[in-house]
Design a protein around this ligand. Sequence first.
Ligand code: PMP
Length: 409
Amino acid sequence: MSGANLDMARIRADFPILHQEVRGRPLVYLDSAATTQKPQAVIDALVRYYTHDNANVHRGVHALSERATHAYEGARERVRKFINAREAKEIIFVRGCTEAINLVAQTYGRSRVGPGDEVLITGMEHHSDIVPWQMLCQHAGATLKVVPVDERGELRLDLLDSLLTERTRLFAVTHVSNALGTVNPIRELVRRAHARGVPVLVDGAQAMQHFRVDVRELDCDFYTLSGHKMFGPTGIGVLYGKAEVLETLPPWQGGGDMILSVTLDKTVYNRLPYRLEAGTPDISGAIGLAAALDYLDSVGRDAIAAHDQELLEYGTQALESVPGLRIMGKAKERSGVLSFLMEDVHAHDVGTILDREGVAIRAGHHCAQPLLACFGVAATVRASLALYNTREDIDALVRGLHKVREVFA
Ligand code: PMP
């Protein structure tokens, strides 16, 4: 049992990939912020779909197509319920957070952002919540503004109101920093942005695998998630948008499914959500994602949140005992990520030595180069946690770090 009352032996048994040796050592997987492992229930759902039901959706008249459509639309409803969206049409299936943000930048952004306007982001965004806005601003003649981050790794909220101007067309902010683990106070940010009439997009790539997210409570206008970071397959993600906002978006990609009728002169576009889902979607991915959400609920989202938080605290204390180790990011609210540096040892060398011990972590800039630059570093070591990690995993990491010290002594 974990302190949060999760039956860890049972949970670990649900993830077949964890039970292997890597370089002659039992695998210790601490790279879940990059991608999570998949429970057997998700793998089974994919196998079942391809074994029994595979067909294209929405336009078939035969039984398999009906089943595939039912399962795909069922997955949409499953996501709606999981994030507490009002209507299923507010759930747009995309490839992941990257595609979701690009969709908003190229539809909402291109139709609303013009010369002299501003888009506001923060200093702790992942590249996928920076570059699409840079591209948009360049195209539109607009300016990208940034809420800075302080030395603890928290947003400078004291500057927010002055950065939200009458020219701000959108505020895009991450729920949880993938590089530092900082959890941002989204409800408050949304309230303050809305007070200025500014809509908010929340990048949720690192949130829902750790704690409950209710988009209606947050009141954000857009929320994005990546299935592969929450125990689902790669290639599937979600853009949530308030119906009244999505209804105003111009179509994005053109093609099948997003139309009602096409002549060579004119196309009539489909209703939501199909209008924003051109072409054959990732049917199996959506079904696998729904299975992942069922799995999360079967384990219990509150129990997962308690487990992850407790493990983060244990990990923080354990790392602080390693000589010459400096934890990056000391925000009051953190989730899932332990980012650190070791004196006189490059992050990549730490990663290589840990790999020899069977410990999988990430070393580098974590696609958040501007954030690391503001801390004056080019790379950190990042151990990231998920519901299948245990105190033993942290202990193995710490043993590995002592090996690193020996090698570089
Ligand atoms: N935002 C954050 C905070 C992330 O951690 C990631 C993935 N590392 C992304 C966006 C991009 O997600 P994806 O690669 O699944 O599109």
